[in-house]
Design a protein around this ligand. Structure first.
Ligand SMILES: Nc1ncnc2c1ncn2[C@@H]1O[C@H](COP(=O)(O)OP(=O)(O)O)[C@@H](O)[C@H]1O
Ligand SMILES: [Mg+2]
Length: 327
């Protein structure tokens, strides 16, 4: 598979803090890649590196087939909204967009107004940015990221500063651009915000990528199910078939996961009992996306704590502290 963006063991160290720890993500063409993690997880750090605003301590990445440092002219095919939107205070919203268009050599007369409309700033198009609220600046930053119709757009927590209606229009904007072939890398600390648009997810916590999943894989993993452990697995499967179950999977440990008609646990135990098969365990599981994520994070933190304890015991100390970053 060819990826538009692929990172290879990216690390970023600030003093003794590992903001990124061997992060390898894979963003395919046309993906809306959702980078999910709590505050401080490393999302912005990763986006700054692949957006060319900061250098990795180690590791590398490939963007549109070019290695970091050899990106050259493909950089113009990339739109960014990372942290501070970088707007010109003394110009109007419209002028901000036109100035960026000129700098990119774009001659589309209608683009600026269309983008302002898409982010809900049409009425404020002629207002000076210094009069904009935080939310309006954020929206303008979003519009700026789309100037010149880039093939790849990085949006760091783009939903900040939007009301629920605004969030919907951002989603629509992303969907529309995606239909026209744009690939996205979008971060959020709220999984639910991205779950309606993302096609692939990267879960990040304390600088580590915990898991990468496609939308389909995540749905599979989070689906509600019955977990059944019966005395005789092959016989139990025959009985399940006989009472109308088709969507199930026998796991390696003999557990049968059933993904349909999850309300029928009583039917199952009755049918098994009738054939003289004992039910050892039967449970119904529901997993929300948010729970799934919390579980991943919880496992990671437990592992980290265990590792920290063993480091303390072995007397490892960290090297010096360096707070500021030189680019
Ligand atoms: N310039 C910096 N100097 C020191 N530490 C930083 C700097 N930038 C980020 N960090 C630290 O790196 C970690 C990851 O930060 P960040 O990438 O901003 O997380 P996120 O965007 O997921 O909230 C945090 O612990 C943060 O405090
Ligand atoms: Mg951030």
């Amino acid at each position: 598979m060819n990826y538009i963006l692929e990172t290879e063991n990216l690390c970023k160290v600030y003093g003794k803090k590992k903001a990124l720890d061997n992060v390898s993500i894979h963003v395919g063409e046309g993906d809306v890649y959702g980078l999910i993690g709590k505050n401080g997880a490393g999302k912005t750090t990763l986006m700054k590196i692949v957006g060319g605003l900061s250098n990795a301590t180690s590791g590398t990445y490939t963007f549109m087939g070019r290695k970091a440092g050899e990106i050259g002219d493909v950089i113009t095919n990339r739109g960014l909204l990372i942290e501070d939107p970088g707007v010109l205070e003394n110009e109007t919203g419209y002028e901000n967009l036109v100035i960026k268009e000129i700098s990119l050599g774009i001659k589309d007369k209608n683009e600026a107004m269309h983008l302002l409309e898409m982010v809900g700033l049409k009425d404020a198009a002629r207002t000076h940015v210094k009069k904009y609220s935080f939310g309006m600046r954020q929206r303008l930053g979003l519009a700026l990221a789309f100037v010149g119709n880039p093939g790849f757009v990085i949006l760091d927590e783009p939903i900040n500063g939007f009301d629920p209606q605004g969030i919907n229009s951002v989603r629509e904007l992303i969907k529309e651009k995606r239909r026209n072939g744009t690939t996205f890398l979008i971060s959020s600390h709220i999984l639910g915000e991205l779950s309606k648009i993302a096609t692939k997810y990267g879960f990040i916590n304390e600088g580590k990528l915990l898991e990468e999943s496609t939308e389909q894989e995540l749905i599979e993993k989070c689906k509600s199910r019955i977990e059944l452990v019966a005395e005789d697995t092959p016989k139990a499967v025959t009985i399940l078939e006989a009472i109308g179950f088709r969507d199930y999977k026998v796991m390696e440990n003999g557990m049968i996961n059933i993904y349909e008609q999850v309300e029928r646990t009583g039917d199952i135990t009755n049918a098994l009992a009738k054939e003289g098969i004992a039910t050892i365990e039967i449970v119904r599981r529901y997993e929300e996306l948010e729970d799934y994520y919390m579980k991943l994070v919880g496992e990671n933190e437990a592992n980290n704590q265990a590792a920290m304890l063993s480091n303390e015991n072995s007397g490892i100390v960290n090297a010096g502290d360096r707070r500021t970053e030189s680019k």
